[in-house]
Design a protein around this ligand. Structure first.
Ligand code: 3UK
Length: 525
């Protein structure tokens, strides 16, 4: 292939992966498969679509040309509020091949979140599935700075589909290097302001080789099905980068990943690898009590996003005979950096660092802790974010001496297994998705009967974290079940749905420090 190659040199660990001087990752992910004879192989299947590697490569080129034709130059951003479908792949790699930077956004968010991202990213283009118009259009209306090109995937008039249909299918890859900006993802901030996490062309190839190939053992015959959507770093690896790295295929389901929908998809499309989050595995186990699905096509299940309780691991193995391989990853690190192994899984543990990734646990003075002692987890790897967009301060506190500060508290035992102990901040993971207590509190306080609010994570009866609210009411307001319901509805309509508190406690006052900061840890019993 000449240009755009990756060479493995295991004598050079921990990096050990060499890139050609010119490297645009769209070439090995997309074009390479034509050279390797996969043009007619089906890459992606869903209930309504089926695309081959050949069609993928043609439409990536057309999409890249369409974006270039609109005047979007190299390095400029294109926001994507796109459901899991063929066009997601076309826009993502079409942009990358043209040197443009795609930014997939969480499609469960609200207009005010999108408004922030439109303004913050200074994007020139925005592509959206019409399903999300009700949140995207008001965001565009209110944004102080608008992208010059707003393109619905389909519908009346000019759409992504018409642009693709009219564009040339020949496109030379932009001559980027492995260190150039490739794509961004927004990572949630503690105070509710998301941070543009900038990734380079090398990051996903490093994650693919280290985790997908060497830990999961992914191969050409695998069929990947990710319940986590493509816009999450987790889903983006599972259903886009991993299968495309090895010439495998992906099954895509655009709707909400309920137990019934995921079982039906597995039975119909027979994936070999299934990627879920603990909340979904727990719900699937509950659903299995009524009817047993046929999961015989699966060889391995993967869990990430939040800690997998040992009990779910054991019950899943009893019910299905399958291992769930838990691993911790992050948007900043690109994908999973500490993981169990197919033949070495420890229920309740995250496992051991994946090849080429180093881990350290340090105390408050920055010294490494002894085995069994808890401290801050740091990671060194060559797939970590280049920087946060427009946020030098946060970049400096996240990348320290070349180590990535994860924000997680961990212990490591004598045998080198890592155990998750919780977050260093007040952030929670609900169903694998970030939830900021500040954001939920701010929404609660908007309600006329709420004077003060504090939100913490509480483990439910399956050991999974959900938000719990402590509320001080305004004078003259009385606690009641009706008010609980009213507050729950208020949260569901004002926030992304998964963020609403599952429990409400009405209290006389909140525990606070002398300076008035809420002491959430005192509520977290
Ligand atoms: C937490 C876990 C315990 C942890 C992600 C796989 O979740 C992903 O990325 P995010 O940026 O969140 C990162 C944070 O989530 N976490 C994730 N996995 C686990 N905690 N056990 C786990 N197995 O706090 C971490 O810092 O949303 C997961 C692949 C790519 C990802 N981006």
């Amino acid at each position: 292939m000449g240009d755009h190659t990756v060479t493995l040199d295991t004598s050079r660990d921990p990096a050990g992966i060499e890139f050609s001087a010119v490297f645009n990752c769209a070439v090995p992910y997309i074009d390479r498969h034509l050279d390797e004879g996969r043009a007619d192989k089906v890459f992606m299947r869903s209930a309504t679509e089926e695309i081959t590697y050949g069609e993928l490569a043609l439409n990536v080129n057309r999409c890249g040309n369409a974006l270039k034709g609109l005047g979007i130059g190299a390095g400029e951003r294109v926001l994507m509020m796109v459901k899991d479908c063929a066009e997601f792949y076309y826009v993502f790699f079409g942009a990358i091949k043209a040197g443009i930077v795609p930014v997939p956004l969480n499609t469960l968010l609200k207009a005010k979140d999108y408004q922030f991202m439109i303004e913050d990213s200074e994007c020139l283009g925005l592509v959206y599935s019409p399903e999300f118009a009700a949140e995207v259009e008001p965001a565009l209306g209110q944004a102080s700075r608008k992208p010059s090109h707003v393109i619905p995937v389909e519908g009346e008039g000019e759409t992504l589909r018409t642009l693709i249909a009219g564009a040339s299918a020949e496109l030379d890859a932009a001559p980027t290097t492995h260190m150039d900006d490739c794509f961004w993802l927004y990572s949630s901030g503690t105070t509710g302001t998301p941070k543009g996490t900038v990734h380079r062309h090398r990051d996903m190839p490093v994650a693919c080789q280290s985790y997908a190939v060497e830990v999961m053992g992914i191969g050409e015959d695998d069929v990947c099905f990710s319940a986590a959507k493509l816009f999450f770093a987790y889903g983006l690896g599972n259903a886009l980068h991993f299968p495309l790295w090895v010439g495998a295929s992906a099954v895509v389901f655009a709707g909400p990943p309920s137990p019934a929908a995921t079982f039906e998809t597995i039975e119909k499309f027979k994936p070999t690898l299934f990627f879920g989050v603990p909340t979904l595995y727990a719900a699937q186990l509950a659903a299995m009590e009524d009817a047993k699905p046929d999961l015989s096509s699966l060889r391995l299940c993967i869990s990430a996003g939040e800690a997998l309780p040992g009990d779910i691991f054991r019950r899943w193995r009893e019910q299905t005979g399958l291992v769930i391989m838990d691993g911790i990853g992050s948007t900043e690190a690109t994908h999973i950096f500490i993981s169990n192994r197919v033949d070495d899984t420890k229920p309740g543990a995250s496992g051991k660092p994946v090849p080429r990734y180093q881990a350290r646990i340090i105390d408050e003075e920055g010294n490494e802790v002894k085995a069994g002692e808890a401290g801050q987890l740091l990671i060194k790897c060559s797939s970590g974010l280049a920087r946060y967009w427009n946020n030098a301060e946060k970049t400096a506190s996240t990348i320290v001496d070349g180590w990535l500060v994860t924000g997680d508290t961990y212990t490591c035992d004598e045998d080198g297994y890592y155990y998750y102990c919780g977050r260093d901040d007040d952030m929670m993971k609900v169903g694998g998705i970030w939830c900021s207590p500040f954001e939920i509190e701010a929404t609660l306080i908007e309600h006329p009967k709420v004077l003060e609010a504090a939100v913490v994570g509480r483990a439910d009866d399956r050991q999974l974290i959900k938000p719990e609210a402590f509320i001080v009411l305004t004078e003259g307001s009385d606690a009641s079940d009706a008010l609980r319901e009213e507050l729950q509805e208020h949260c569901k309509s004002g926030l992304a749905r998964y963020k609403y508190p599952r429990w409400f406690n009405f209290v006389d006052s909140l525990p606070k420090t002398a300076t008035g900061k809420i002491q959430r840890y005192k509520l977290r019993q």
